[in-house]
Design a protein. Structure first.
Length: 311
């Protein structure tokens, strides 16, 4: 943060300078947040001159931009090509690699311990072709690793005593909502409400009406201390997502367990979670979703509804 570059006396000097300069400009040139900060600073300066004790600011949380997610990078090479592809998860990357392996399986036919037909299991097919150390094939190999996708954005300062905007503030935000039409082939139509962007458009490749909500630019007053924006999404009369509960949402225990688990523990935890109904697997893209998810929340475009429980 910029404030970390200055000592407290420097910051006080900057604040007083800003208040003095503010008297000479049009307030409408500043954002609502900037005006609020300058008003508070001016009140504090007047209280200091009057010998009064200014009120202390409320406790706040500093929120850095969150990672946009994770992509799996697959690099495969041989004597003829060197190919790099991106995938939403490890399984889909291995499935892509296994498709290639099955197409060149004849390279292995006749070797000891190698079946005439490639295994149906993707991991086993890849392991048999490249070997445990990925060096069984001359001039061939692959690398597969996860890479975090960075997301640009400012560090936010939000109060720990978070409260969603009241009726008047919400009405003003709704009244000031703006529609941004599509202007060229690289743009999409969207509605902007208090910094939240809602895109709704026809996607001919998916063959569906797609709705995408982007909260990175949401107004600070909408951001909870954990960095999330409360959302409630309805399709017709059905609620497909509801994260609108008051207070700060807590990370799910299952998510924390999976984050801390090794490969063997991960498999055992998932099996138990499936059995208990805490996880469900998307029948289309095989993404593992938390039990409360009404539709697939995988990194791709798949948004298949949660299958109904069978008796």
């Amino acid at each position: 943060m910029i404030a970390a570059l200055f000592n407290p006396l420097d910051i006080e000097c900057l604040v007083k300078t800003a208040v003095e300069l503010w008297e000479e400009i049009d307030p409408s040139d500043l954002s609502e947040h900037q005006q609020d900060m300058l008003n508070r600073a001016r009140d504090a300066m007047l209280a200091e001159h009057a010998g009064q004790q200014p009120s202390l600011p409320e406790a706040v949380s500093l929120i850095s931009p969150r990672s946009a997610g994770q992509a799996w990078v697959l690099r495969r090479w041989d004597r003829h090509e060197d190919v790099v592809t991106l995938h939403g998860d490890e399984d889909s990357a291995l499935a892509d690699l296994a498709t290639y392996v099955r197409g060149v399986w004849d390279n292995l036919v006749g070797e000891e311990g190698v079946p005439e037909q490639p295994p149906t299991d993707d991991r086993e097919a890849v392991r048999l072709y490249y070997g445990p150390e990925r060096d069984d094939q001359p001039d061939e190999g692959y690398n597969l690793y996860a890479e975090d996708i960075a997301r640009r954005g400012p560090t936010r300062i939000v109060p720990l005593s978070y409260r969603f905007p009241d009726a008047d503030a919400s009405e003003r935000a709704n009244r000031n909502a703006a529609f941004h039409p599509q202007t060229d082939s690289n743009d999409l139509p969207c509605v902007e409400v208090d910094g939240v962007l809602v895109f709704a458009y026809l996607d001919h490749e998916v063959g569906a009406v797609r709705v995408s909500v982007h909260c990175d630019t949401a107004a600070d007053r909408l951001v909870r201390p954990d960095g999330t924006v409360p959302l409630r999404v309805e399709v017709e009369d059905d609620v497909v997502l509801d994260d609108s509960a008051d207070g700060t949402p807590k990370r799910d225990l299952l998510t924390r367990l999976l984050d801390a688990a090794d490969d063997h523990q991960d498999q055992a935890i998932r099996e138990a979670a499936f059995e208990a109904g805490v996880l469900w697997r998307c029948p289309t893209c095989q993404w593992d979703n938390l039990g409360e998810a009404a539709c697939c929340e995988g990194p791709g475009p798949c948004r298949v509804p949660k299958p109904k429980a069978t008796s």
